[in-house]
Design a protein around this ligand. Structure first.
Ligand SMILES: *Cc1c(COP(=O)(O)O)cnc(C)c1O
Length: 360
């Protein structure tokens, strides 16, 4: 029996979010990004829900970071195109990618040599990744024509597209965005399909939607746009993370709570202890005051986050007693609000929920 700490995953919300995204980018095909185990939601469950025959909308493909992630989707019966965003790490990975009918990102010249190792009957779809300014991954713009020509002449290349990635798309005012859009448009303009936009760019820079969009975080119902809530963008939370109260006590004024006695009661305080801690992925650096939803109210986190437990102040919420379930983020408490208080982003909170927490 699990101790009652669970992450509920709502497939209807996931489908709703894809629908919202497609309304926002009606002329683009969609790579649904399910890397990092579907941003912590379970990649197989999410891909299965999104490709359900009765789903109102379906993505045109799925994007993952690694070969392992792609393989587990294929083993689970996912038949749509699967894009490996980081590309192959070895000649062996290229061969496996071809066998699994994956789409490969080409971001380094030496990855082209690996394509040569495929048998003459083997072919693979590739996308050339261009470094338009983020300087993390991609071919330098000056070399794109050479790379495209090389790839076009290879019999192993089944199809060829071109892509790049934004550095600052969540910030609509950042000058980098228009620089990247303009530079990308000059790189092998004859090559299609073209793909540039992640979640934030779908809203902030509609002229970057092009042939394929690559939404990740928006699918999971967190806001990709700085200063705008997910609700305002018609996105619904997919993960709701809850934990039960396992103990309660009164502590007198002046008494400390938790490791290192970082918090002390400024009044007589009723303390509830929840069965979730940093080993479950709740961040240890969450400060006292971080909001936690319980019984229709918000209680502040008090004291240090322990490995398996946290403590909250429920003095003003008398209904919050042992066995009540608190929500760390989800339907009642947007993950973006929690992330802002903690000084991180929703991506990190969602992807860090540990395997100890069952996904229901
Ligand atoms: C992760 C990733 C995405 C998705 O980004 P979101 O901000 O979550 O929408 C898109 N493209 C690439 C190359 C990525 O690595």
């Amino acid at each position: 029996m699990n101790r009652g700490t669970v992450a509920r995953i709502d497939p209807i919300a996931l489908q709703h979010n894809l629908h919202t995204i497609k309304q926002q980018a009606p002329h683009s095909r969609v790579w649904a990004v399910v890397k990092a185990d579907g941003y912590g939601h379970g990649a197989i469950a999410c891909a299965t829900a999104l490709s359900h025959p009765e789903a109102i909308v379906c993505p045109d493909g799925f994007a993952v970071a690694t070969l392992q992630e792609a393989k587990s989707l294929r083993l689970a019966g996912i038949t749509q195109p699967i894009l490996m965003l980081e590309g192959a790490a070895s000649v062996h990975e290229v061969q496996q990618a071809a066998e699994l009918a994956l789409t490969l990102m080409i971001h380094q010249a030496h990855q082209i040599d690996w394509l040569d190792s495929l048998g003459s009957e083997q072919q693979i779809a590739v996308l050339v990744k261009v470094d338009t300014g983020m300087h993390r991954l991609g071919i330098a713009p000056d070399n794109v024509t050479t790379i495209v020509n090389q790839l076009s002449s290879l019999p192993q290349v089944a199809s060829l597209g071109i892509t790049s990635h934004f550095a600052c798309s969540d910030d609509q005012t950042h000058p980098m965005n228009h620089r990247q859009i303009a530079l990308f448009s000059t790189c092998a303009p004859e090559i299609q399909p073209r793909s540039l936009a992640n979640s934030a760019a779908i809203w902030n820079f509609p002229d970057s939607q092009l042939d394929w969009i690559r939404p990740g975080i928006a699918l999971y119902g967190a806001s990709p746009v700085a200063g705008k809530s997910a609700a305002a963008l018609n996105l619904l939370p997919v993960m709701t993370l809850t934990a039960p109260i396992i103990a309660e006590r009164w502590v007198e004024t002046g008494e400390p709570v938790g490791y290192a006695c970082t918090w002390r009661a400024s009044r007589r305080t009723r303390v509830a202890t929840l069965a979730i801690g940093y080993a479950d992925g709740y961040p240890r650096h969450a400060p006292s005051g971080t909001p936690i939803w319980i019984c229709g109210d918000i209680a502040p986190l008090i004291g240090r986050v322990s490995m398996d437990m946290i403590t909250i102040d429920v003095t003003d919420i008398p209904e919050a007693t042992v066995d009540c379930h608190a929500e760390l983020w989800g339907k009642h408490l947007p993950v973006d609000e929690v992330a802002a208080t903690i000084g991180t982003i929703s991506y990190e909170l969602l992807t860090r929920v540990s395997p100890r927490v069952p996904r229901l």
